[in-house]
Write a protein that binds this ligand. Structure first.
Ligand code: C2E
Ligand code: CA
Ligand code: CA
Ligand code: CA
Length: 275
């Protein structure tokens, strides 16, 4: 490994070299974080747009770094994926979140993000089965969020895994819909239960030349194929109203609540239910 490192070293620009070093350091820190228990799962509630009831929560990883403070998952997930650490981390998130969700009211579901690396690992179905068994969470309360990245390249293999997961009884959501290689044909070929419409389409939904017609189209396709839709990143009342009018099923965003620690979320269920 050392000689390979030396061989590639020459091709790096000085700033690239610094970047590589920074990534290595982050990787080491991340390994230590797993040992130290510095990772935490936060939960962001998701609301029905018609009745304003909490329908579920998405588990979102947090890293409390001793010097850097909170490190965003957007920063460390890619490194965890490159190094394969995501398998270990992802399994821990799944176990932790499933156990937490058993303390919630029965009608509140749990959504967990699954990295393409986990998806392709060949052991995902097994890990899901054991997380459900160990926690006692009903399979139909668990939703896995996957991105299109798992669908490209090997259709057949991806489809086989999706069917395996379906057989377990968990639901599957297509995350970040509309970004990346997004192709409408994915919606036809793969068995999703839910489409999560990416924040970028919600941002400008109120503008005259904005994305409301795209959101409308996605909502229509989803309805025709018996899927529900969740709008991500809803920050204003106006966005909420427009999404409701467009027939979108659920919303998630800072307007109602950001992701919060487990204890705060439990309190929120209680106070929200009383209203
Ligand atoms: P994502 O799955 O698309 O999650 C939504 C992100 O949007 C979260 O960022 C959430 O905090 C943020 N968000 C929610 N509502 C709003 C809003 O109203 N406005 C804005 N501006 N942002 C909002 P977060 O928690 O930083 O996570 C970033 C990404 O990291 C996630 O994107 C997901 O791809 C990944 N991630 C987080 N936790 C996990 C995990 O346990 N496993 C895997 N594989 N990936 C994870
Ligand atoms: Ca997600
Ligand atoms: Ca998303
Ligand atoms: Ca995203």
């Amino acid at each position: 490994a050392k000689s390979a490192g030396r061989r590639t070293y020459r091709f790096f620009q000085p700033d690239m070299d610094a970047q590589v070093t920074a990534r290595r350091l982050l990787e080491l820190d991340l390994r230590q974080a797993i040992i130290d228990g510095a990772l935490e799962v936060y939960y962001q509630p998701c609301l029905g747009l018609q009745d304003n009831k909490i329908t579920g929560c998405e588990a979102l990883l947090r890293w409390r770094h001793p010097e850097r403070g909170m490190v965003s998952p957007a920063e460390f997930i890619p490194i965890a994926e490159e190094t394969g650490l995501i398998n270990q981390i992802g399994e821990w998130v799944l176990m932790t979140a499933c156990a937490e969700a058993t303390t919630w009211p029965d009608d509140i579901n749990l959504a967990v993000n699954v990295s393409p690396v986990q998806f392709k690992s060949g052991t995902l179905a097994l890990k899901i089965v054991s997380a459900l068994a160990e926690s006692g969470l009903a399979a139909n309360r668990l939703e896995l969020e996957i991105t299109e990245a798992v669908l490209i390249r090997d259709d057949e293999a991806a489809l086989a895994i999706l069917h395996q997961l379906r057989d377990i009884g968990v639901r599957i959501a297509l995350d970040d819909f509309g970004t990346g290689y997004s192709s409408l044909s994915y919606l036809q070929r793969f068995p999703f239960d839910k489409i999560k419409i990416d924040r970028c389409f919600i941002n400008d939904i109120e503008e005259p030349e904005g994305s409301s017609c795209i959101v409308q189209a996605v909502v229509n396709i989803a309805a025709a194929r018996d899927m529900t839709t969740t709008a991500e990143g809803v920050e204003t009342k106006q966005q909420q109203q427009l999404l409701r009018a467009l027939g979108c099923s659920e919303m998630q965003g800072y307007l109602f609540s950001p992701a919060k620690p487990a204890a705060e979320i439990r309190q929120l269920f209680f106070s929200h239910a009383k209203k």
